[in-house]
Design a protein around this ligand. Sequence first.
Ligand code: ATP
Length: 223
Amino acid sequence: MPESPPCDVKPLIALFGGTFDPIHYGHLNTVQSLAAMVGLDNVILMPNNVPPHRAQPEASAGQRLHMVELALAGMPSGMFSLDDRELRRQTPSWTFDTFTDLRSEWGPCQPLAFIIGLDSLLTLPTWHRGTELLALCHLLVCARPGYATHMAEPEWQSWLETHVTHDIGQLHRQPAGCIYLASTPLLPISASQIRDRRHQGLACDEMLPPAVLRYIDAQGLYR
Ligand code: ATP
C-alpha cells in the first residue's frame, strides 16, 4: 500500500477569538506573553458574532472591530493581524464551524491553534461541538486570575488530562489535538469590569490602549 507523503513542517498559525467589548490589555499583553512562550511570530485576532440567545455586546460589531483595529495599530508591527470572517458571516459564531473552514483552507498538515483564557477552557465542553475542536486545532490556554485548572465534570477532566502536552515542539509538529496550559502572567482585567467602571464614571486608563479609550469616549460607549 503506498504511504501518504509526510507533511512539510509549517509555522503554527494561532487565532485568538473574543467578543472584545472592548479589547483590553488582559487580551493583548497575555497573548503577547503566550506568543513568546510558544514561539509564535503572529497571532490572528478574530472578533466573534454573539449568538442571539447570549447577552449581546454593548458595542456594535463595527465598533468592536474598529476597537480591535485601533489596538493592533499600537502593537509591535507584525505581531498581530485580524480576521473578521465571523463578523462578516452575519450568523452566530460557532468556533467549530470556523475551524472547519480554516482547516479546509489550510489543508490537513498545517498546525493550527485556538487561543483561549482558562475561564473559556472550563466551559468549552458545553460549546457547540466543543471537545471535537481538538480534531481541527490545538488549544493554547492562557492563565486567568481567579480560575484553577479543574473541570467541573470528571469526564471533562479526563478529556483535559488526555490531551494536555508540556512539549511545545509537539504544537509545531502536529496539526491539531493538544492542549497547552501556559503559565502566562496573571492580568486582572476583564471587559465587563471596564464596562462597569465606565458605567460608574470611573477611570480605566491602565486597562486598555489610549486610542481605544479615546474612541470609546468619542462614541459615547459604556456610559
Ligand atoms: P467579559 O468580561 O465581557 O466576559 P472578557 O474580558 O472575558 O469579556 P472576551 O472578549 O470575552 O473578554 O475574551 C476573549 C478571550 O480572552 C477569552 O478566551 C477569555 O478567556 C480571554 N481573556 C480575556 N481577558 C483575559 C485576561 N485578563 N487574561 C487571560 N485571558 C483573558
